[in-house]
Design a protein around this ligand. Structure first.
Ligand SMILES: [Fe+2]
Length: 289
């Protein structure tokens, strides 16, 4: 199985890992960017492209050609820089077709029908479950891994597996399942789909929240490590036990700071709302959470 080259970028404000993935054997030097970050300061409602610009500089230095800008899901804790990256580097922005359910859930909450397409056509491609595609000269496939949200997608590119928030590093566990449409049961089932991959496959997470004072942020483990050592999902844990623990962990959990701007902006692949007199807006629905 082909081994992609992976460079990880950590955004400290949101504990997010973004990735650039390419192939050492591809003469065209094509790459994919996975889960980028558009920095956003909520109190001042100010965005910045600081994190995305680091990725752009890296891609230019390596002379890579962006083929794909992939999202594992609609993030609730950071804004995506997908649109900004596409404007500067090209590439197709893609996400799972299950985004349509997320749009149907959230657009009425924000009342953003005017500037958010309901058919998903703001994305260049919507992946079907198990769809096969390529990144550079490497085979890639989609795994639908819901639970954290109903639309979570894992990208398997060669022997590298980009899981979004479907599972975190072994000592952290797994993503919360208390967003609308989230399901601890589905999260458990998704972990077992991931565990059907070969043990030696590298598994890359979208976030890392290291247990305090134990280690710095890391991004990679293996399928085998997760099966043996994930504190919430290892092979010895039953579905019932996982659901009980997950619901306990999620009870009373704070809403992510950037939830409201993140979801509405990410449903437009990183664009703010319709401009009025030269200003764009995010909406803050009152008493909805
Ligand atoms: Fe997430």
């Amino acid at each position: 199985m082909q081994k992609p080259t992976v460079r990880a970028f950590f955004d400290e404000d949101t504990a997010t890992w973004s990735y650039v993935v390419w192939s050492a054997t591809d003469p065209q030097k094509r790459c994919a960017i996975i889960d980028s970050v558009l920095n956003f300061d909520l109190p001042s409602c100010t965005s910045s492209t600081r994190s995305a610009d680091i990725i752009i500089a890296f891609i230019k230095e390596k002379q890579l050609v962006v083929e794909w800008i992939l999202e594992t899901h609609i993030h609730a804790d950071h804004l995506t820089a997908a649109r900004y990256l596409q404007e500067r580097l090209g590439g197709k922005i893609a996400i799972s077709k299950h985004i349509l359910a997320i749009i149907a859930t959230w657009v009425p909450v924000f009342q953003t029908q005017e500037d958010t397409k309901l058919d998903g056509s703001q994305f260049d491609h919507l992946f079907a479950n198990d769809e096969q595609f390529t990144v550079a000269d490497m085979p890639a496939t989609i795994l639908h891994t819901p639970g954290h949200t109903p639309a979570d997608t894992t990208y398997v590119i060669g022997n590298a597996v980009f899981v979004g928030d479907a599972i975190f590093l072994p000592d952290v566990g797994s993503g919360r399942c208390d967003f609308p449409g989230g399901s601890a049961e589905h999260s458990y089932d998704s972990s077992r789909r991931l565990f059907a991959l070969p043990d030696e496959y590298r598994l890359y997470v979208s976030h890392d929240y290291p247990p305090e004072h134990t280690r710095g942020p890391q991004c990679m483990t293996t399928i085998g490590e997760q099966k043996q050592h994930n504190i919430r999902l290892h092979l010895g844990i039953s579905k019932e036990e996982f659901i009980r623990q997950r619901q306990h962990d999620d009870t009373g959990k704070a809403v992510p700071q950037l939830l409201l701007p993140s979801i509405q902006v990410n449903l437009r692949n990183g664009q703010f709302g319709k401009e009025v007199e030269g200003t764009q807006f995010v909406k803050l629905p009152v008493n909805k959470f």
